[in-house]
Design a protein around this ligand. Structure first.
Ligand SMILES: [Zn+2]
Ligand SMILES: [Zn+2]
Length: 342
């Protein structure tokens, strides 16, 4: 036993290292590069779709007055993170091209066309007048499951957490999305087209859900209680974004809340309203940082390609292990019983 008296003084605690001039310069260079990337994405978006110049100001003019007249939370228009969300909105068409390319790969690899082809004989027997209703229900249920897996499969959550990282919901926060997360609607789309539904009809459903999604994030206090069990409302989606323990993993539906009621993830408590939004893990604040966040640590793609060419069998085995892990997570999310019908 150490009986030295007085006891030795604790070692001095070192503070964070003082930033050197080089580190400061490299931070500034990185910030400039990030700004240049955002400007390039916005320019590409405008070149792809002139509507980009109209949509963002139009949403501001239409939605913000309602947010000021009927605010759910008192927050300034220039709230933290609004610049990032506007950058996401301006870059959306350019990032949409990346999403479309990823969607083709995901759609084919997901094998969603297999159940689609199995359903096809039944779908062709449907009367024409009934077909749109069945199409909406099938697409909406498929999106429910994809959204649920995006939360409960750790690999998919890396991408979807970008959307949930905003701590303030309003007219522009719905634009915050990773392109991979946007591409994840491909399997439901492929399922419907393989089942015999018109591709234009299915595409229109996806666009309607996207537009409705923007409205669901608005900072308006309307509860719209009579609609709660019929169609999703801002109250429903705000609970989905709530960073409150008992609200986690709930309200996945994007159009009809019946799926949450059927599969035990419906959460609409009476006499309470969502207070806090966001995620518990850290997320970069910039658009470029958020696009890179889910794939950080993966390494240089050219080096990965080199490794695949040098060791194809070892890489194939690693890919098979990774796919098995994803399937196991999907199975767990699908079969774990829950019974929330609040
Ligand atoms: Zn979500
Ligand atoms: Zn959302």
């Amino acid at each position: 036993m150490d009986t030295t008296w007085p006891p030795p003084l604790p070692a001095p605690r070192l503070g964070p290292p003082t930033p050197t001039i080089e580190a400061d310069r490299s931070d500034r260079r990185r910030a400039w590069l990030a700004r240049l990337a955002v400007l390039s994405l916005a320019a590409m978006s405008i070149a792809l779709d002139l509507g980009t110049l109209v949509v963002v100001p139009l949403l501001f003019v239409v939605v913000v007055p309602f947010e000021k007249m009927f605010p759910r939370h008192r927050q300034p228009i220039r709230r933290p993170g609004v610049r990032t969300d506007i950058a996401h909105a301006l870059a959306a068409p350019a990032l949409g091209v990346v999403s479309a390319v990823l969607a083709i790969a995901i759609g084919l690899a997901s094998l969603a066309w297999v159940p689609g082809l199995l359903l096809r004989p039944l779908v062709t027997m449907l009367p024409t007048s009934v077909m749109p209703f069945v199409g909406i229900a099938l697409f909406d249920m498929a999106i429910y499951w994809v959204h649920r897996w995006s939360h409960e499969v750790p690999f998919l959550w890396k991408f979807h957490s970008v959307h949930h990282s905003t701590e303030h919901l309003d007219w522009v926060s719905g634009f915050r999305n990773h392109p991979f997360d946007g591409a994840i609607v491909a399997p439901p789309f492929v399922l419907l087209v393989a089942a015999g539904f018109d591709a234009t009809f299915t595409g229109a459903l996806a666009v309607i859900q996207l537009a409705l999604g923007l409205f669901l994030h608005a900072n308006v206090r309307w509860r719209l209680r009579p609609l709660h069990r019929i169609v999703v409302t801002p109250e429903f989606h705000h609970w989905h974004h709530a960073n409150e323990a008992d609200a986690h993993n709930s309200n996945y539906s994007v159009f009809l809340p019946i799926w949450d009621m059927l599969f035990g993830s419906y959460f609409m408590p009476r006499g309470r309203r969502p207070e806090r939004y966001g995620i518990s893990e850290s997320m970069p604040m910039s658009l470029v940082g958020q696009l890179h966040h889910p794939v950080r640590g993966v390494g240089n793609p050219l080096r990965i390609l080199g490794r695949v060419l040098r060791h194809p069998w070892r890489c194939a085995r690693a890919a098979a292990r990774f796919t098995r892990g994803i399937c196991a997570d999907i199975w767990r999310s699908t079969t774990t019983r829950r019974a929330r019908t609040t």
